[in-house]
Write a protein that binds this ligand. Sequence first.
Ligand SMILES: [Zn+2]
Length: 54
Amino acid sequence: MALRLYHCAKCGHKMRLASSQCGRCYSKKPFHQTIGALFLVVVCIGSVTVVAFA
Ligand SMILES: [Zn+2]
C-alpha cells in the first residue's frame, strides 16, 4: 500500500508521497510535501535528539 499523506492543492487528489507531482492533474507538489522534506525533518529531529542526550 502506498503512503498517501497529502492532497493536491489544485484538484484535491490524494497524492503518493514518493512522486513529485499529482497523479491526476500533474501539477508539481510544493517542496514541503515531498519525501525529501520529510527526510530532512527526520534528520533534524534525529540530530537534535543526539545532541540533547550526548
Ligand atoms: Zn491534482
